[in-house]
Design a protein around this ligand. Sequence first.
Ligand code: GLC
Length: 688
Amino acid sequence: MIKKYIYGSPIETSAVVEDIETSNDLIQYFDEIKDENSISFRYVMDNNDIVYGLGEANRGINKRGYIYDSFCTDDPNHTEEKRSLYGAHNFIVVSGMISVGIFVDCAAKVTFDIGYSDSSMIKITPSENDFTVYIIEGKSAYDIIKQFRKMIGRSYIAPRWAFGFQQSRWSYMSKDEIREVVKKYRENGIPLDAVYLDIDYMERYKDFTINEETFSDFEDFVNEMRSQGIRLVPIIDAGVKIEDGYDIYEEGVKNNYFCKRADGSDFVAGVWPGRTHFPDFLNKDARRWFGLKYKFLIDKGIDGFWNDMNEPAMFYTDEGIAEAIEYIKNFDFSNPDSNTFFQLKDKITGLSNRMEDYKGFYHNIDGKSVRHDKVHNLFGFNMTRAAGEAFEELEPNKRILMFSRSSYIGMHRYGGIWTGDNQSWWSHLLLNIKMMPSLNMCGFIYSGADLGGFGSHCTRDLMLRWLAFGIFTPLMRNHSALGTRLQECYNLGDTEDFKNIISIRYSLIPYLYSEYMKACLNDDMMFKPLSFEYPADEFAKTVEDQLIVGESLMIAPVYTQNAKGRYVYLPEDMLLVTFKSSSQRKYQLLKKGMHYISASVNEVPVFIRKNKMLPLCRTTNCTDNMDTSKFEIIAYTSENIEYSMYEDDGISKDYYNPDNYCSFEIREMDGQLGAVSSKTIVKLSLFN
Ligand code: GLC
């Protein structure tokens, strides 16, 4: 049951697709507190209440005990105290004696104080007074989440090749460097499906251009890579370089497609290309114009993109620089004391992403001029929507890979996300683990983090442990920043371990893809906290570092340096499968309860739930070569069970065809359990 309450006259965010009648009653469950300038919503929590949600947010699965500002933010240092990351996902569920969900559909900043100021109080405060609130009642947190997901519409569906392993790094400068990456992966037998093109493929960072010196005959290069089973995935940035003669810039200026200052001039912000204008993605015409520009690369054989810097990120603005210069001019350098010195320093270091600058430009929304900060969280969403809508127009029968850095709920229908610039820190591996279910709650199913960490220097063990988790995330991409230690899998010593771990991923793809597709098509989650599957288990509710992946698996990644294993809580008896490679495995039946599990850096422990099975195909070097006619089944059952697997061509969009399902059955035959399927079963490993 969902109730909708409108406050003021909100801007249409397009987050919700279901038609829900507006209620004129007083809001339920939450107390509405109005003071002179703002409206907030309060909820008194029970001691045992858990708060789920907020999608891409810092801290744990249980969001209780901290304060979060929902405001898309370009900040690569996700230390524990940070309140905002790249996405803004304003949905939480309070789960305890009663369960209730709240979605605050507001395009401006919203603060979620979840027991921070007062440990038993939730206080949600939108920064503007025009917004819509949805209150969702249900039997459980999981039930509420499914209703919410249905309300916001089906999640974006990625092509199946995007489940292959992908390699990225900011600083692949030329075709030859990329050829070298592919060669090394292939030589070392490490599977690979895609290599990313970061900003250096462009001519001086101009969107929809190619650097003709370093990436000449681009179309031929795309084909050359395709013939080796590799896709190239270029980046598209939000800022358009200001440069006479550059068609995108000139068309944008001519048609008033860029965001404006209050005086009507085109707003300027400094990003990678230098001074840029921001396309006004909230203006329908500008959105379509920019979206159709992706054709430039699609026509060259590209079928995947990542949208970046779309919070939007601003290194500086003309206004900010002018202010800083003025400040410096008037600064008394004769004897700066600690206060004045740090003020000076802050003037310079604070030039990026200033709130004043977000208040300094305007969008044209259906003819109405709207100041950016009031709709800030819709910018990245609408950049990705621009692409998504254009793909529908340009390639109606083909799936194109698309994911974005900044996002708002609603964008999940047009693309996935990556979680932005993390660091090569063990704590960020743990953050990645904890974030997956929250992302799924908000509709972001095709998602993942920069494996190995983007900033800082990665170590071999961190990369191996991160990959051992990353083999389960739909987006499995190793990405790192310019200037950091090289972290391609062949650059971290003894490649055999990397080859083995990534080979497990390729055996798992049919299962992972099936669970991914079912999550998208049924408004469900692929990654769940344990409590969603074991609601009566009080201890399971406190476990934040183990996840349920699809219907058959539980995972418990190791995220501590030098650990030789870890403690794992089993909410029921399970079968532990310790993978050393796709074919080398050890099995152990474990009883419900706490166990210490050994797992060296080159091993991946996976738990198969009771009365469930895991179908595995043969590993391969890229998804083009995957053979999904033959399967090996690992099952933990003494009963007849069935697994329904979703499978399609991975490219076209006939999602609802019943022929896309095939089944694997473990069935009693002649007094013995055996496997039955339309697929060839090459081996059954049965445990009971
Ligand atoms: C941003 C992106 C990062 C990319 C870099 C250069 O920091 O988040 O992934 O590599 O820009 O384009």
